[in-house]
Design a protein around this ligand. Structure first.
Ligand SMILES: Cc1ncc(COP(=O)(O)O)c(C=O)c1O
Length: 424
């Protein structure tokens, strides 16, 4: 399938930008009846030209031998490979500045398959806290059933907390991975990725360093590139900004071919890959990723400024408003290219006051998820993070008055008017 002409990223010495490459990278129209857009390869299996081809394709897919010069892996079966997914993976790798990418049926499929690929019974996962509720459940309730334990540190606790937790983890067992969610859902707490990389060096045993895995869902590839900051693997819920239209569920994992090799093998056997139709929709979405994320970020900036001055709002956890003396500020400026458009704010009062605001919203929809074209509001303590014990929620800052807002691409003035009437 690979045609080098369609994998060029340069015109002469000029390097093309990701948003330009999203319109056609990796797709040769001559191979598909000159169709401008890649067709949807809605098929479970592919016909081999000969039995010898089938044998060779399986040898490569199951890593039974090394690739011969100029040999390309052939299409076999859509759990193993599919043209839509391969094109999408090539394009996602461009955004993530990765050697390669893999796409999954959901963000949780990407996260769990990646952790299954690296964790072993008796090992420990060192992770930041808070993490998305599903990830929290996986780390604290599912993996321990397989004798994989976890040790956490508060995302806002700085390097000392991370280092102390690393020492504690090393006492319990082999550290299989350092898992970060930065910025964290829903608090926007920031973890220093370069520091995590240094700590992972110190945790090396028998010459094996635990990979640093970063969940980049909140800022997406436009505003943070974890692989350039010291991460080994970046996982993303593509359901959010990358999908961007709240009409699909998918996930991605990007990194070097070597780091992804065990993840690819695990995906093939668990069957956690993305389906072709979702892959096709994601290619459509990637064409407008930059435009959408920029529009949302501009709206979020205006809304955060408005909320920040509101008498009924206790605090606004928007990264663009971090005080100059805040511990996270230096790391934010070094690590992130912008504050993004998902943030939480705390209403004065508690659950009743937060619910009253949520129930009065007219334009902003009351729903979980984030990163879509439409604005969404939710209540982390009783929704996405309700699995976390109440005292733990308070320790992490997930208070009863906290509302999470994902700002879409509507006119920001309309959103401010909506919030004004709901808060009134
Ligand atoms: C930060 C983060 N990571 C992972 C996920 C899980 O993604 P998915 O719902 O696509 O499985 C979510 C979902 O909300 C999330 O917010």
């Amino acid at each position: 399938m690979r045609s080098d002409e369609w994998h060029k990223r340069q015109i002469g010495s000029h390097t093309l930008a990701p948003e330009t490459l999203m319109m056609g990278y990796g797709y040769d129209p001559q191979l598909s009846e000159r169709s401008l857009k890649p067709p949807l390869f809605q098929t479970s299996t592919f016909v081999f030209r000969s039995a010898e081809d089938g044998k060779a394709f399986f040898e490569l897919a199951y890593v039974l031998r090394q690739r011969r010069p100029n040999e390309e892996p052939g299409l076999i079966y859509s759990r193993i490979n599919n043209p839509d997914l391969e094109m999408l993976e090539d394009r996602l790798a461009i955004w993530d500045e990765a050697e390669t990418s893999l796409v999954f049926a959901s963000g949780m499929a990407a996260i769990s398959t990646t952790l299954w690929a690296y964790a072993r019974p008796g090992s420990v996962i060192l992770h930041s806290d808070p993490v998305y509720g599903g990830t929290d459940f996986l780390l604290k309730k599912i993996l321990p059933q397989f004798d994989v334990r976890s040790v956490s540190f508060n995302a806002e606790g700085g390097t000392d907390e991370m280092r102390n937790a690393a020492q504690e983890a090393a006492k319990i067992g082999n550290v299989a991975a350092v898992y970060l969610e930065t910025p964290a859902n829903p608090t926007n707490g920031i973890v220093d990725i370069a520091e995590a990389q240094r700590i992972s060096e110190e945790l090396s045993t028998n010459g094996r360093r635990p990979p640093v895995i970063v969940d980049n869902t909140f800022l997406g590839p436009l505003y943070q590139t974890p692989l350039k900051l010291g991460a080994d693997l970046v996982v993303t819920s593509l359901t959010k900004y990358v999908g961007g239209h709240s009409d699909l569920i998918a996930g991605g994992c990007s990194g070097s071919g070597k780091m992804l090799e065990p993840v690819r093998g695990m995906r093939t056997i668990l069957g956690t890959m993305c389906d072709p139709h979702t892959g096709w929709l994601l290619m459509r979405s990637l064409e407008t990723l930059k435009l959408r994320m920029q529009a949302s970020a501009e709206g979020a900036r205006q809304i955060a400024d408005y909320l920040n001055g509101h008498p009924k709002v206790a605090s606004v956890w928007y990264l663009g408003l971090l005080p100059t003396d805040h511990r996270d500020r230096d790391v934010f400026l070094r690590q992130c290219k912008g504050p993004g458009s998902t943030f939480s704010f705390e209403i004065k009062g508690g659950e009743a006051e937060a619910f009253a605001v949520l129930n009065r919203l007219k334009v902003i929809k009351l729903a979980v998820s984030l990163g879509g074209t439409e604005s969404l509001a939710s209540h982390p303590a009783t929704m996405t993070h309700s699995d976390i014990e109440p005292d733990e929620q308070m320790r992490l800052g997930i208070t009863p008055g906290l509302i999470r807002l994902s700002v879409g691409i509507e006119n920001p003035k309309d959103l401010i008017e909506d919030l004004a009437q709901a808060l009134g």
